[in-house]
Design a protein around this ligand. Structure first.
Ligand SMILES: O=C(O)CCC(=O)C(=O)O
Length: 277
């Protein structure tokens, strides 16, 4: 870890949050196979570390991949079977699950949606990607969401967004102003834009003085390579964990009071001049 910010005098809380990021491959157009893979990695995440995590995080569209041409057929239907699978897993292991995002069909079409489950298995929140990525023609096949991604994990306010959303700094700022100290980011961010991915995630953490927990997939789908490089970043911008290009589980313990200390040391939220911009 980098510098010590304990001189700020900010007491904050004593809460720690152990996160496990499931950096996995995704087989395009094969939801059954992806569900088996996700479950196996999630079991590894809860059983394989020195300590059981408090929160698991999966990547974007881990059920179907970007199989957009037949997405209506292979997407979840009203959240199933993801709800049944994740709810049972969360309750069995007493763990919170930020279940990446899944392609989910409802009456109006297919959304790219994060579902969140608490330790009892209850579904507590959801967020549908609000910025669709035109470079991959998402807007032709998917519906955009219309609400922000606010969630509460073990009583702590947090935010969530999906992949391309990190290019919109106003969105993270809004979530931070609303009290989020942790931002969860499921993604399928491909090569060759690794420097965008790393720089944007670091900037979102530093400028909002919050933890960023970003889960990117690995592997190759129809010639597009995904570099992984999932990241867990502190509110000071220190990289607490970062993946390579292979499947892995990243782990870190977030000391949530760190956000208060950093905000006390460099009081960005007090010094901003929203009346001018
Ligand atoms: O913004 C980017 O460069 C990647 C975004 C992306 O791949 C996505 O939103 O799925």
């Amino acid at each position: 870890m980098g510098e010590n910010h304990s001189n700020s005098g900010a007491k904050g809380n004593e809460k720690r949050m152990k996160v496990a990021v499931i950096q996995m491959d995704v087989s395009i157009g094969e939801p059954e196979r992806n569900r088996e893979r996700a479950l196996a990695r999630m079991e590894e995440a809860v059983n394989g570390g020195a300590e059981k995590p408090d929160v698991l995080v999966l990547p974007e569209m881990w059920n179907t991949g970007y199989s957009l041409e037949n997405i209506e057929e292979i997407a979840d239907a009203n959240g199933e079977p993801t709800h049944a699978m994740m709810s049972a897993f969360a309750a069995k292991h007493g763990v919170n699950v930020v279940a990446g995002s899944v392609a989910n069909r409802t009456e109006g079409g297919v959304n790219n949606t994060i579902f969140v489950y608490d330790r009892t298995g209850a579904r507590t929140s959801e967020y549908s990607k609000i910025h669709l990525f035109r470079l991959m023609e998402e807007e032709k096949y998917l519906k955009q969401g219309g609400e922000l991604g606010r969630l509460v994990v073990d009583g702590e306010a947090a935010g969530m967004m999906v992949c391309y959303d990190i290019r919109f700094p106003e969105l993270t700022r809004r979530l931070a102003l609303d009290g989020a100290k942790v931002l969860f980011v499921p993604a399928q961010w491909p090569k060759p834009r690794l420097h965008h991915w790393r720089t944007l995630l670091l900037a979102r953490a530093i400028e909002n003085q919050m933890f960023v927990v970003a889960c990117n997939r690995v592997g190759v789908s129809r010639g597009t390579e995904f570099f992984g490089n999932s990241m867990i970043i502190s509110p000071w911008g220190d990289v607490l964990a970062e993946g390579g290009e292979e499947e892995t589980i990243l782990r870190a313990t977030l000391d949530l009071a760190e956000a208060d200390r950093v905000r006390g040391t460099i009081p960005v939220f007090q010094d901003r001049r929203p009346e001018l911009y």
